[in-house]
Design a binder for this molecule. Structure first.
Ligand code: ADP
Ligand code: NI
Length: 217
């Protein structure tokens, strides 16, 4: 029987091997930050910290951007948990969290049903705002070959998932399409509080950005 400590250690090694070299914003350090944040929030709530930590560690392994399709990614996580003797109840809970989290962007939205899931979702969303969030948007836009900003391009609203993933986008447009909306989607009190400062940082950044763009500062 694997202890929880062993499972977490093995999961870190597995995820590092899977995502260590990614440069699309799903890198190992993103997972590390999300895991630390999920643990921080989890300790303040009456929840299963092991489920939060393992779900956070595994949350991006199944991402469809890194796999043939979502099902292949989810099966990879399922097989890994079977091989490492994660108990059935925790494994089912973690799979539920990961599949719910992978419904993102576009119009598809699925409500997270457990507090453990809400915590991991909050931690992932917090990593998309603030100074880190800005760094990730710029990296992602570069990875996709998209410009930083184009004053003639206006943010696109109410997108389908395909439109959301399509090419016509700039890093700055993504602030309006996603980043600035995240503050109001936080589930837990702790994440709501942390989101306020990170959101304010986005606003300040944009203000400075446009001033510099217009040669005013
Ligand atoms: P996550 O898996 O962290 O929930 P995504 O897979 O949607 O989020 O995106 C990974 C990172 O890339 C995030 O920081 C996100 O803001 C950024 N990103 C996603 N789509 C775009 C885009 N069209 N332009 C710029 N950045 C993007
Ligand atoms: Ni993520």
């Amino acid at each position: 029987m694997n202890t929880k400590e062993h499972i977490i250690k093995a999961a870190r090694e597995f995820v590092y091997a899977e995502l260590g070299g990614d440069s699309s914003g799903h890198d190992w350090w993103h997972v590390h930050r999300v895991t630390e944040m999920a643990k921080t929030i989890a300790r303040k709530e009456n929840v299963n910290v092991f489920v939060c930590e393992l779900a956070a560690l595994l949350h991006d392994v199944a991402d469809e951007k890194l796999n043939q399709d979502e099902e292949t990614g989810v099966n990879k996580v399922k097989t890994w948990m079977d091989d490492h003797e994660v108990d059935e109840v925790s494994a089912a809970h973690i799979l539920e969290i990961i599949t719910t989290m992978s419904f993102k962007g576009g119009t598809q939205k699925k409500e997270m049903s457990t507090l453990e899931g809400k915590i991991v979702q909050d931690a992932d969303r917090l990593d998309a705002i603030g100074a880190i969030g800005i760094s990730r948007v710029m990296c992602y836009a570069g990875f996709k070959g998209r410009p930083i900003h184009d004053p003639d391009m206006k943010p696109r609203e109410n997108l389908t998932l395909e439109e959301y993933r399509s090419g016509k986008d700039t890093a700055i447009m993504h602030f309006y399409e996603k980043l600035l909306k995240l503050k109001s989607t936080m589930n837990t009190h702790t994440a709501k509080e942390l989101a306020v400062g990170r959101h304010q940082f986005l606003e300040t950044y944009l203000e400075q950005f446009y001033a510099e763009w217009d040669a005013k500062k």
